[in-house]
Design a protein around this ligand. Sequence first.
Ligand SMILES: [Zn+2]
Ligand SMILES: [Zn+2]
Length: 219
Amino acid sequence: MHICIVVYAGLIMHTKICAKCGVEQGLGGFSIDRSRKDMLYPICRCCESKRKKKYHRNNKEKTAKRCKRYRENNKEKTSKRSKEYYENNREKEAKRNKKYYENNKDKVAKRVKEYLKNHPEKNRMRNRKRRAMEKEVSEIYTALDEAYTKDLFSHKCYNCGSKDNPHIDHHCSLSSGNALTRTNAVLLCKPCNSSKGAKLPSQFYSPDKLKKLEAMLYP
Ligand SMILES: [Zn+2]
Ligand SMILES: [Zn+2]
């Protein structure tokens, strides 16, 4: 909304003088301020935006802190809003992300590395996905599936019973084109996992062990 004429103190005003830069301007050059007698902000739009920018520059930290606090106190609201925004601006966001990535490759790589170091589970899943993609096997094995497998094997290596950081193993190997699924995932410790390698299950497990294992996988 632009005000073109203001009646102020009985006079019709078409222009107003900015209290900051002193330039006389048309009324459209001022923002509306209903708390004022002439309904206009005392300084012109240019001076106003300059002032806002300056304020922002001088209070960057303060503003950032305030925004952060707001986000923390309104987590659900902000995450819903940003999700909504993302849904509605998918293409734009993808482009922006790509551009950001192109310009900040090193930074992103460092951050991803840091993240994966702190989340070894995610790292393993990522590597698995990558290997599956290399083999052109489409693999959908989620964190939930992983939890299922771990529970199924009581968080122990099925082969030797070690509880030392057991891994998810492709029962029938990925190199022969088998995706990871709940019925193709076995928990093995690292040494057992690497000694199994790409062997067939029957080449690695004793017949008894294999029979018992397959009964667990295909209940
Ligand atoms: Zn001005
Ligand atoms: Zn083992």
